[in-house]
Ligand binder design. Structure first.
Ligand code: RB5
Length: 147
């Protein structure tokens, strides 16, 4: 899989750890984040990851800021994105299984690197279940057409 990874200044180190881990798991990691700790604005990187996923440049995306919140809000403004903040593996698994999340977000100031790796692994390895969940995901996406 091709996984787009974006981050702001608060998550440079964790981004590098997660990108290496994504490669270790056998996937391609596309770095769309900042590589310096100089203060920057997370919306740019949330949007970059979202656009990479929606355009097909990447199959899935991972977006990391201090909390995971700001970058997820930005990614979710890109039509077609379903970004979820997951701070533990159960939510990460369910976000794929039931919500068909296509962008995973977490906070570098919230989760440690080992927990972030577990979250990433379970998220990348879980497939969308479809069925009744497809209808609900469709309903979420229809909201975009109304705004
Ligand atoms: C940057 O200080 C911080 O606000 C950002 O990384 C993120 O946590 C925003 O939601």
């Amino acid at each position: 899989m091709r996984v787009a990874i974006g981050n702001d200044h608060s998550a440079v180190e964790l981004k590098e750890i997660i990108a290496d881990y994504v490669r270790e798991l056998g996937h391609e990691a596309i770095n769309l984040g900042t590589d310096t700790t100089q203060s920057c604005d997370y919306p740019l990187y949330g949007e970059k990851v979202g656009r990479a996923v929606v355009s097909g440049e990447a199959d899935l995306g991972i977006a990391i800021c201090g909390t995971g919140l700001g970058i997820s809000l930005a990614a979710n403004k890109v039509k077609g994105v379903r970004a979820c903040v997951c701070s533990e593996p159960y939510t990460a698994r369910m976000s794929r299984l039931h919500n068909n999340a296509n962008v995973l977000c977490f906070g570098a100031r919230v989760v440690g690197s080992e927990l972030a790796k577990m979250i990433t692994q379970v998220w990348l390895e879980t497939e969308f279940e479809g069925g009744r969940h497809q209808r609900r995901v469709d309903q979420i996406m229809e909201i975009e057409g109304k705004s």
